[in-house]
Design a protein around this ligand. Structure first.
Ligand code: FAD
Ligand code: N01
Length: 536
């Protein structure tokens, strides 16, 4: 028998977006249910339990601002919090605000269909339940839909395999094992030093080297926490109006106007602080001028050469094919020095590409490697992957996947033409991954809550952006991107890590503060660009 429930809203995802969305809607007097495939809350921090997983936005900042009490009572221990600590925080939030009673775990959403006559969504799950809701909110995360290596024969491999984005809860003991890891993005860069220290031997398969700064992580002092807690309101406000959701002085000078000494001093300060935003905002043209950006690239390359003792390995680790920042840069703890260990090898896949998996390991064009375990640190079908994985059918039977076949089309990264009362938290073409995600999540949740409350107060039953508004926003997003260096990289920001995916800059680079203003103005203008439908 099919279970049938009705709610004002269905929220998919119990990560930081879904948790706050549920709490916020309850406060506004709406009924809502959260569905998540996971067995617990936390989203990213529930799934990504690989060794060394941690945040690279500072803990005191990578946290909710919506509750002053929560802000004051929670004690962070480290500057950059570990995955277990962030997961404890997510669980604390769920308990503190009594959220679990409206969350259905181990429930995957497979299908959703808009009913134009009833102005409702019907959502079908893999547990066989069907839910009808007035509003359908995808809080499914930008980095939740895994991707693997596109190499033949993976099923032939007989050893253990792991993906960093779905790490076993009980952990993995690599002691005495020969391990291969594919990928050198953030997840790999965090886990490689720890796996290397445990395994008998680690072979790293690198297709594209990345830029990484030392995290220089440390315990937080009581004084630091007290100071931040005393100044939280000002800090949060500064974050909301900043470029990346992390307050940082706006640079006035071009890197090309600065002297060599000034440049080195600025980059060294960012390197020592372990601060990615500071590095990218060292000068005002770092993400718009290739020549300016190259000065920082070379600074990091020099650091790599100074750390890694084997000159060829050092050179292989030096990124040359993208400006710094245009692929998500990383923070690490001992990453480059790990290549000085006797039990670690680097395989440059640009020289010897992987040809196939074999029963015992991996075959490149140069050699066959045998492993007891292979780790896929191969990332995600980012931003759109989790959205189009659900069969979402809007008006006239068009699915989201069909609509987005040439790239995501949204209004503000929040609404989609043809899909009334459908919302994407940190959706494509919003600042999302170009920001401290907590800042962007809170802004979207509050925007959606206000939108639903407005419909209720004005007696409307549906909201949908016009094609023109959507066209304007997509064009604006592309124009903002074209003013920067981001389109120069083959990155997941551009969709180029997934074969066949349209190559467009998905996140909005116009800045968190500018974007918030735009969203607020649209509301002030009576939801300019949207059609609001009266009850029949
Ligand atoms: P998620 O946390 O991804 O949660 C989405 C949830 O939706 C998941 O639990 C998933 O199971 C569920 N879901 C998806 N599809 C379905 C479906 N069809 N049915 C049911 N459930 C579904 N951001 C930062 O700002 N700073 C950082 O330092 C940072 N570090 C990161 C480190 C890692 C390893 C990763 C992967 C991401 C990191 N991020 C960071 C980005 C991070 O994803 C966000 O900060 C934030 O946690 C996203 O929260 P969310 O709730 O929007 O999505
Ligand atoms: O994934 P990635 P990730 N053959 O896509 C390689 C956040 N995050 O899980 O660059 C060979 O960055 C791929 O190579 P290439 C953060 O936003 C944050 O590491 O495509 N190699 C790349 O090296 C981050 O950006 C933290 O050439 C293949 C790697 O796999 C995002 O999540 C920590 C391949 C994938 O890197 C994703 O990070 C972790 C193939 N077929 C994650 N396919 C923090 O510290 C892929 N690769 C905050």
């Amino acid at each position: 028998m099919t279970e049938q429930d009705r709610y004002d809203a269905v929220i998919v995802g119990a990560g930081f977006s879904g948790l706050y969305m549920l709490h916020h809607l309850r406060e506004l007097g709406f009924s809502a249910v959260v569905l998540d495939r996971a067995a617990g809350v936390g989203g990213t921090w529930y799934w990504n339990r690989y060794p060394g997983a941690r945040c690279d936005v500072e803990s005191l900042v990578y946290s909710y601002s919506f509750s002053g009490d929560l802000e004051q009572e929670w004690e962070w221990t480290e500057k950059y919090p570990t995955q277990p600590e962030i997961l404890r925080y997510a669980n604390h939030v769920a308990d503190r605000f009594d959220l679990r009673r409206d969350i259905r775990f181990e429930t995957g959403v497979e299908k959703a269909r808009w009913d134009d006559a009833a102005n409702t969504w019907t959502i079908e799950t893999d547990t066989g339940s069907t839910i009808v809701a007035h509003h359908y909110i995808m809080a499914t995360g930008c980095l939740s839909h895994r991707k693997f290596a596109e190499v033949p024969g993976v099923d032939d491999y007989q050893g253990e395999t792991y993906h960093t984005g779905r790490w076993p809860h009980e952990g993995v003991d690599f002691t005495g094992k020969r391990v291969g890891i594919i990928g050198t993005g953030s997840s790999a860069i965090q886990s490689i030093p720890i796996i290397a220290a445990e395994a008998e031997h680690l072979t790293v398969f690198q297709r594209t080297p990345n830029f990484s700064l030392p995290a220089n992580n440390r315990l937080l002092s009581a004084g630091e926490q007290e100071t931040m807690k005393a100044n939280y309101r000002d800090h949060r406000e500064a974050a909301r109006t900043s470029g990346f959701g992390i307050p940082n002085p706006e640079p006035e000078k071009s890197a090309l106007e600065a002297t060599e000494e000034e440049r080195q001093a600025a980059y060294e300060a960012a390197w020592e602080a372990g601060h990615l935003v500071r590095m990218l905002l060292s000068f005002n043209d770092m993400i718009t001028n290739k020549e300016a950006n190259e000065t920082a690239c070379e600074f990091v390359r020099e650091k790599i050469r100074s750390i890694v003792t084997d000159a060829q390995v050092a050179e292989d680790l030096c990124p040359y094919n993208h400006p710094i920042g245009t692929k998500r840069p990383c923070l690490d703890t001992g990453y480059y020095a790990t290549y000085n260990r006797d039990n670690v090898d680097l395989v440059n896949l640009r020289r010897t590409p992987i040809e196939a998996f074999t029963p015992n390991g991996i075959k490149t064009s140069g050699k066959e490697y045998e492993f007891d375990a292979i780790v896929f640190a191969t990332g995600f079908d980012a931003m759109t992957g989790a959205l189009v994985a659900v069969d979402i059918e809007g008006k006239d039977g068009v699915t989201l996947k069909e609509k987005w076949q040439d790239g995501p089309r949204t209004f503000l990264g929040l609404l989609v033409n043809g899909f009334p009362n459908f919302y994407t938290i940190t959706g494509p073409t919003s600042p999302s991954v170009f920001s401290n995600m907590m800042v962007s999540i809170e802004q979207h949740v509050e925007w959606v809550g206000a939108c639903m409350a407005n419909l209720r107060e004005t007696g409307k039953v549906a909201i949908e952006p016009t094609v023109e508004a959507e066209d304007y926003w997509v064009e604006h997003n592309n124009e903002a991107g074209d003013e920067t260096l981001y389109p120069l990289a083959e990155s997941w920001y551009m969709g180029s890590n997934v074969p066949g995916k349209p190559r467009v800059l998905m996140p909005y680079i116009g800045g968190v503060g500018v974007y918030r203003e735009e969203c607020d103005e649209i509301v002030a203008d009576g939801y300019r660009g949207c059609v609001l439908t009266d009850a029949a």
